[in-house]
Design a protein around this ligand. Structure first.
Ligand code: ARG
Ligand code: GLU
Length: 709
């Protein structure tokens, strides 16, 4: 019996640690990976990457707002990130006369750089393990709600103390589901200006068609500059601010990449769920993803139809479609990947061995059964929430109904007037092309509700409606008869709105439907079940992961991503997505010409780019055999938030920008498979080529340090 367990454990340990390139490691603890990284080819040290006493690569990395990564490439605050990260800032500076999104933007001098209010660039000053302080006063049998209260109060004291008398900000985050806590001391810069962006047909070449796919040819980069006060410290925007002098900026390698080369990615991955149980994987991959995918298929069908009708409609829906399609496509890859890997089965196998190990341990023996129980409570409500966000909130009618429901619940003491004013402004914009839009929005509204009703998740539609055709008809009537869809009547209604008119709003069919859908999912009993199940899951996951670490003392566990700075390492490598196909790890400008199609928006190629291609005019950025590299893939474990992260070589020099993952490996948030999981990178040589040769903004390249061995 004992022997059997030992063999089983051994197998599990081997299976875990053989996932060579899996992991998003904590910079402060990188010493543990140093030998492995050097064995894999790295020529620098863990201290070159993270060092609290000396300037190090860490100082060249920044968190771009709260969702992307950037890196300094000059000693004057110039940094790179992805085009899709800078997208909303590029758009916000674009007008019909100066359409920077379509045509690109290059500041030819400092005074042309464009301020981006609201945009922040955060540098990590240092991090610290604060587990003991955070858990002070907590013991193994402290009840969960007490535990949370103690932790919260400890955290606010520790963070306040840590930054007292400085301009820094402190944040503490849980790791391994609250088994460990780290504090991050940050410096947040707020004067950030747009410096450069390629035209869309470079920065977003391939659009949503190529998104998540390899081979890829997207020039997904944009450039910004951080400005600081006289003292080089963060300062609010001021024309007289000076370019920030970073403690460290990245040197750029022109040597390029070869298959097998060591690479690492240094940035801010957002969320992964590496340690969750089979129930969680099943819920995500086989229950919720299919619902989300179906519902988004409906929306995309209608938006895409509209976009194909005119350039104006294309513009109108472009960014909405980009974000809907991004998740839609990723979830398909994720579910297929999980099923191909037999992910649920694999998790169950592991759970069986865990249970065997835990059987004689009072602290752990019932963790998995209780997690299973908690998921049984959590699942049905979670599915309802999925329907609520993906179906109820799919149409503008329902999004707008939410605002009117809110208005109806405002009493005379609240600021009704300013709320009504904001609705009027929104309406002026909304109704400007209502005729066109209503066709799309009505269809989305009817079809998404119908889908939900057929799946049994809209009981409130069934009151007096027995068959599909009557539901469909009724939904159409709600759309057509709602006051909030009638421009003139709504205008009049809002013109002298007061709390007295609330009852009229409450009776509006669209507002009523929204209220019913909301009441259905936000039912107090359901919410209570959901919250308590969620809390149980968090608490039990803390024990489950703690047990996992005790069970496998030799495994170096990486903590799930939580939007803190991490290092992922691996190597440049192609892969076999399916039988008979091998993907090489790099793409070139030739592939852009192969994809060119002047009739398809996503595949239009700029004449200037063609000219450079036809004359092979690549300057110092091309390869010796006259090719212009564009992208490459590697085995680094990355996720959303890693966009814009630097991809570095064995010497810690910049060779690319991370911007995506290969579709066949998108299950890596849940389960990493070295045969399929690849991150997609923009080759830094293409980025420089676009700035210098294509755009003629060589002055920006001159600020950088280019190295060729
Ligand atoms: N898939 C990448 C990410 O998850 C890029 C998304 C933006 N690009 C697009 N074509 N929608 O963020
Ligand atoms: N495009 C993603 C981002 O915005 C990175 C791709 C991924 O999910 O790995 O962070």
């Amino acid at each position: 019996m004992v022997k059997k367990i030992v063999t089983l454990l051994l197998l599990v340990v081997i299976a875990t640690s053989s996932y060579a390139d899996e992991g998003m490691w904590i910079p402060m603890l990188l010493g543990r990976n140093e030998a492995d990284m050097q064995k894999a080819g790295m020529r620098i040290t863990a201290k070159d990457i993270y060092d609290i006493n000396n300037a190090c690569l860490k100082d060249a990395i920044l968190l771009f707002n709260q969702g992307c990564t950037g890196e300094y490439v000059s000693n004057e605050g110039l940094f790179l990130t992805n085009h899709h990260c800078g997208y909303s800032y590029i758009t916000s500076h674009s007008t019909v006369e100066h359409d920077y999104l379509t045509n690109g933007f290059w500041a030819m001098s400092r005074d042309q750089e464009l301020p981006c209010p609201g945009l922040t660039a955060t540098r990590l000053v240092r991090m610290e393990d604060v587990t003991d302080q955070v858990l002070m006063g907590v013991s193994g049998d402290t009840p969960e709600n007490e535990r949370s209260a103690i932790i919260e109060s400890n955290i606010s004291k520790i963070t306040a103390r840590a930054v007292e008398g400085t301009h820094y900000k402190a944040i503490i985050k849980p790791f391994y589901y609250g088994n460990q806590y780290f504090m991050y001391i940050n410096e947040v810069f707020t004067d950030v200006r747009l410096v450069g962006a390629p035209p869309s047909n470079i920065g977003k070449f391939g659009g949503d068609t190529d998104n998540w796919m390899w081979p890829r040819h997207t020039g997904d980069f944009s450039m910004f500059r951080v400005y600081a006060g006289e003292d080089n410290k963060p300062a609010p925007y001021n024309a007289s601010n000076k370019p920030y002098k970073p403690l460290k900026y990245l040197e750029i390698s022109l040597d390029g990449v070869n298959e097998g080369d060591f690479t690492f990615v240094f940035g801010y991955p957002g969320t992964t769920q590496r340690y969750v149980t089979s129930d969680a994987v099943e819920l995500a991959a086989n229950i919720e993803n299919p619902i989300r995918i179906d519902l988004r298929t409906i929306r995309l069908k209608h938006y895409n139809n509209a976009m194909n009708q005119s350039p104006a409609q294309r513009l109108k829906y472009a960014s909405k479609v980009a974000s809907i399609a991004n998740g839609w496509k990723k979830w398909q890859g994720e579910t297929q990947g999980i099923n191909r890997l037999k992910g649920v089965e694999k998790k169950k196998d592991f759970e069986r061995s865990y249970q065997q190990w835990a059987n004689d341990k009072p602290m752990y023996y019932n963790v998995l059964p209780r997690l299973h129980e908690a998921y049984n409570k959590f699942r049905p409500v979670s599915v309802e929430f999925t329907y609520f966000s993906e179906a109820v909130c799919a149409s503008d009618l329902m999004i707008r109904a939410r605002s009117y429901s809110q208005l109806a619940s405002m009493d005379a003491s609240s600021d009704i007037n300013s709320f009504v004013e904001s609705l009027k402004v929104a309406n002026a914009k909304y109704f400007s092309d209502f005729q066109q839009h209503t066709i799309v929005d009505r269809a989305i509204f009817v079809e998404t509700f119908l889908y939900m009703w057929q799946a049994g998740y809209a009981p409130y539609l069934a009151d007096n409606l027995a068959d599909k055709s009557s539901v469909e008809k009724k939904l159409g009537e709600i759309y057509d008869n709602s006051l909030i869809n009638n421009e003139q009547k709504l205008k009049k209604f809002l013109a002298n709105y007061s709390a007295k008119n609330a009852s009229k709003l409450r009776k509006d069919p669209a507002v009523q439907l929204y209220d019913k859908a909301y009441a259905n999912v936000y039912d107090p009993a359901k919410i209570a079940t959901y919250r308590s199940a969620y809390r149980d899951i968090q608490h039990l996951m803390r024990l489950y992961v703690k047990g996992m670490m005790e069970m496998q003392p030799d495994v170096n566990f990486f903590p799930d991503a939580n939007l803190t700075l991490r290092v992922a390492y691996g190597h440049v490598e192609g892969f076999r997505p399916r039988d008979g196909v091998y993907y090489k790890p790099y793409s070139t400008l030739k592939g852009i010409m192969e994809k060119e199609n002047p009739d398809i928006y996503d595949y239009v190629v700029e004449p200037r780019l063609k000219e450079l291609y036809n004359t092979s005019d690549y300057g110092r950025y091309g390869t010796p055999d006259k090719e212009m590299p564009v992208g490459f893939i590697a085995t680094n474990h990355t996720t959303g938030g890693n966009s814009g992260s630097p991809v570095l070589n064995a010497d810690g020099r910049l060779i690319g920008l991370n911007f995506d993952r290969c579709w066949e490996g998108t299950m890596s948030d849940l389960l990493f498979d070295p045969d399929y999981c690849r991150n997609i990178c923009l080759d830094i040589r293409y980025c420089l080529f676009v700035i210098d040769k294509f755009a003629g903004a060589g002055h920006l390249v001159n600020e950088m340090t280019l190295v060729k061995n």
